[in-house]
Structures are given as C-alpha cells and as structure tokens.
Design a protein around this ligand. Structure first.
Ligand code: ADP
Ligand code: LRH
Length: 489
C-alpha cells in the first residue's frame, strides 16, 4: 500500500491524515489534529503561522512513529483568501493577517471607486467581499505600505506552507481563484486590476495547475522529522475545492455543501455564472480540482456555535457535543430566528450577547438557555440554506433534489436533519473528512494511481460510508421560513 500525507487546515482546526490507496479502496488515518484560531494582537487578527508549521512537522514525526514511514507525496489545503508575503531574500514578512481582521472594513468602498463591483465580478467571478485577498492587499497598501514595498512574492496560505516545506514559490489554481485577482477568461492573474489598484505587478507568484508536482521536501525538514525526501504536490489548495472533489455526487440535480467554520453551498459549473442576479444574491465562482468552477455562496457556518462555546468557556462552562445535541432537543423549536450572515455576527467579542441583542432589535423573544441559543443558530442556518438553494436553482435554471454534505460539521446530526427539513430535500451526508480525502485524491491523480476525479469519486463512494436524512415536519419548517425571510430584508 502506498501512503500520502494530506494536510487539511481549517479555520478552527488543522489535521494531518495519511491516505492509503490499495488500488481499489482509500483508507484514511488521522495522525494529528490541533486547534487553529485567529490570534488578536496589536489591534489586528493574525494566523499563528509558525505554530501551524510546527504542528505540521509534529504530525510528520507522529506519522513516522506510527509506522507510516514511506510517504509518496504531501499536499496542503487551507481556508481561502489569506496569504503570506515573502521578501526578496526569501523570508516571511510578518504574520499573515486573518480575513477576520477589520483592517479591510473600508477596502471595498475604496476599490469600487476605481473598479466598479459589476466589473470586478464579471472579470474574476468572485463576490466582491471584504475578506477577499484584493481587499486585504488594498488595506495593507493604505495602512502598512512599507510591508507591500518590501514584499517580493505573495503566496496564498497553502502555497506559503508548501514553500516552507519545499522552497518552491507557486500559487495553485483553486486557491488562486478565491482572491478576486484571478481573471477566469485569461486563466491568469488579472494584471490590469492590479495595475489599476497600484499593486506591484510582480507580486503574485505564478499559478500552477492543480496536481503539479512542484518539488520535494527540503533536506532540513527531512533531517528534522526523520524522513526521506517526499514529493511536494500542489494538490487542490482550497479546502472547499477539496471537499467538493471527494463528495460522491452521481446525479446532475445535486448540490454540495462543505460544512465547517463556514458553510459553502453550490454546484459545479463549466463556466462561471456572473449574471446580475448572481452578483445581487452574493454568489461566487471559484475553481474546482478538475479545472472547472464552483458556483456557490459563502455562508455562515459553525462559527456561530464555535464563538458561543468560546464565550461559555470564558464563564467556565464547557459542553460536549453530545450535551449540545441534548440541549437542543430539549428546547422549544422556532422561538427566535436570526439572519446568520448579518455582519454583526462576523467577529463579535461575545456571540451570545450579539444574538440576544439581534433578537431584541427584531422584536423576538431572545434566547436565554444554552439550548435555546444553539437551537436558534441551527434553525436559522438551515433556513438560510433554503434561501440559498432556491436562488441556486434560479441561477442555473435546473431543479436541485439532493444535497451532498461533507466536512467536520456533518457530525452535527441536527444540522443535517434541519437542512433536510428546511430545504425539503434529501441530504446525503459524508464523508466527514471530505477535504482531506479530496486533497489526497488530487495527489493520487498527480502520482498516476487514479485516472481522474470521476474515478476518484467512485473510489470514495466504495471506501466511505454516507448517511441519508429525509425531510421531516414540513409544515412547521415552511411557516418558520415565512418568518425567517422577513429578517433578510
Ligand atoms: P474547519 O475545517 O472550518 O476548521 P471542521 O470541518 O473541522 O471545520 O468542522 C469543525 C466544526 O464541526 C466544529 O466547530 C463543530 O462545530 C463541528 N463538530 C465537530 N465535531 C462535532 C461533533 N462530534 N458533533 C457536533 N458538531 C461537531
Ligand atoms: C472555508 C473557506 C471558504 C472561504 C473561507 C475564507 O474554510 O475556505 O471557502 O474561502 O474559508
């Protein structure tokens, strides 16, 4: 059996998985998992990239200790849009900013004075949004110009890390498409956008196709972790592209949902959808692992629960996931609803307090108990997914009957059931580790062990279990949607 290392780094946790392929089945072993959070200091939010790098090496050591010694290759996928800047002498300049940093608050307003929103959208396919790389670069240009002046190369997070392991400077296709600086017609960086915004034109490292073998692990790494050289593959670098690659979607009328800190819901399309409605409803088009596009909406995900749990932990209260489910089951349905994508919830200091304030403002009974907060969140999230799926259908002119959910968030069974209920569609949930599996598929394809993604998905289907959820309590969910939709206007 051959092994590859799949590093899947999410905005709440990172993990190293060994993916094994025996010619018929894939096997996945979790080697190492570590928490990951934006760190606040000096008035900004950063990623603790050096700790992430160290944890990745800790994972390699553990893998070898567990007997996975011969590794064919490695690839890294991460959340989108963020990046590191490298100096002319090859050093990392500062800590990479997190997309939750408020320094981009004014960026979009500034950018659209030069390039209107419609033009940005039709050139890049990406929803104009403050988190995007383009807005972060604009904020750095305005607030920290010295940093941009010293920067020779911009590497998106997966490729920043692959650079630290291999010394090779490239950006991979799927992660590059998240920036709002990628021109999908030219299939390259949009140098005229960069010029118009006075970004240095040399900044963006070249884009390579998904699955390019870019080099191998540095001697210093091999010595430190005790391995022989491992091929470094630029597999799909965007975690959402990886998740879609691994979902066992067989029918045309299916949508995907990648569930973690964010929830991304969409469909694969051969050309980006950049209509007026797509822009108005906040849809985006990002690259798939097989070179096409994902028409999707970036929506709030389990961040709301993560931040409630953090606030309760500050009060000394820790709840297990099992208790979480019990608390929700024991609380009254549809008491209060929120628009989960309201900007108020993007990065508040105290999430439960914000949710209460929102409900009071919208003249609803605010949640009191932990169960009420959690129920309010899960019901509101699921109702938002109905809103998204109905608009997706309008955009593609086809009906969607099945939703494939993957990612760590599907371990929340109520989220899957509520999504089936709210959307009145069958949900097929699995695999949980969709991103790590998709990451490894792009490596197995690069290594010539699997022919293409179609074959890869068939292998995933026979290797991992899925669970089906049928819609329930339609009348109640339909009534609740009537209340929910009013919150969006
Ligand atoms: P990311 O990749 O964004 O870091 P994951 O895909 O790892 O996120 O999903 C993590 C989230 O999934 C957690 O924040 C939590 O809300 C949810 N989750 C993980 N395990 C469980 C579980 N056993 N029960 C319920 N929810 C879970
Ligand atoms: C989810 C995700 C999503 C967005 C966000 C910044 O982890 O990759 O697709 O790009 O992070």
């Amino acid at each position: 059996m051959k092994n590859v290392w799949a590093f899947d780094l999410g905005a709440s946790n990172g993990r190293l998985m060994v993916s094994q392929f025996d010619g018929n089945y894939l096997h996945l072993d979790e080697i190492h998992r570590f928490p990951n959070h934006p760190v606040q200091l000096t008035g900004h939010y950063y990623w603790d990239i050096l700790r992430i790098y160290q944890e990745m090496k800790n994972g390699m050591v553990k893998s070898i200790q567990k007997g996975f010694r011969t590794i064919e290759s490695l690839s890294i996928d991460t959340w989108g849009v963020d990046f590191g800047l490298i100096s002319a002498s090859g050093e990392l300049l500062g800590n990479p900013y997190s997309y939750r940093d408020p320094h981009t608050n004014e960026s979009l307003k500034e950018i659209v004075k030069t390039i209107p929103k419609e033009e940005l959208f039709t050139r890049t396919g990406v929803e104009p949004a403050a988190i995007n790389t383009i807005c972060q670069l604009n904020a750095i240009k305005e607030n920290n110009p010295g940093l941009l002046e010293r920067a020779e190369t911009l590497l998106l997070t997966p490729n920043l890390l692959s650079y630290l392991f291999s010394g090779m400077n490239v950006n991979e296709y799927t992660i590059s498409t998240t920036t709002s600086l990628y021109n999908f017609q030219q299939r390259n960086w949009d140098f005229s956008i960069m010029e118009a915004l006075n970004f240095p034109k040399h900044l963006m490292a070249n884009i390579v196709e998904t699955g390019t073998i870019i080099g191998s692990t540095l001697d210093s790494i091999n010595q430190e972790v005790g391995t022989s050289p491992v091929k470094v593959v630029a597999g799909a670098g965007h975690d959402t592209a990886c998740a879609l690659a691994a979902l066992p979607i067989k029918v045309e009328n299916a949508a995907f949902m990648s569930c973690g800190t964010w929830i991304l819901m969409g469909v694969q399309v051969s050309e980006p959808v950049v209509s007026k409605e797509a822009l108005q409803w906040g849809f985006t088009n990002e690259g798939t692992a097989d070179g096409e596009y994902r028409l999707l909406k970036n929506t709030m995900g389990l961040w709301l629960i993560q931040k409630c749990r953090a606030a309760w932990l500050n009060e000394g209260i820790s709840i297990t996931y099992e208790e979480e489910g019990q608390l929700i089951r024991n609380s009254k349905p549809f008491q209060s609803l929120i628009d989960p994508d309201d900007p108020e919830f993007f990065n508040p200091e105290n999430m439960p307090k914000k949710i209460r304030e929102y409900c009071i403002k919208k003249v609803q009974q605010p949640p009191e108990t932990k169960g009420e907060f959690l129920r309010c969140i899960l019901e509101s999230l699921s109702l938002k997914y109905r809103w998204v799926i109905e608009r997706l259908e309008l955009l593609i002119g086809k009906s969607i009957e099945v939703i494939h959910m993957g990612g760590g968030g599907i371990q929340n069974e109520l989220l899957c059931q509520f999504t089936a209920n709210a959307t009145n569609r069958r949900v097929v949930a699995g695999p949980i580790e969709a991103s790590a599996i998709g990451n490894s598929l792009t490596q197995w394809i690069a290594l010539g062990e699997i022919k293409d993604l179609k074959e890869g998905r068939e292998i995933v289907e026979q290797s991992f279990q899925v669970r089906t959820y049928e819609p329930q309590n339609q009348a109640d969910w339909h009534d609740a949607y009537g209340r929910f939709i009013k919150l969006l206007h």
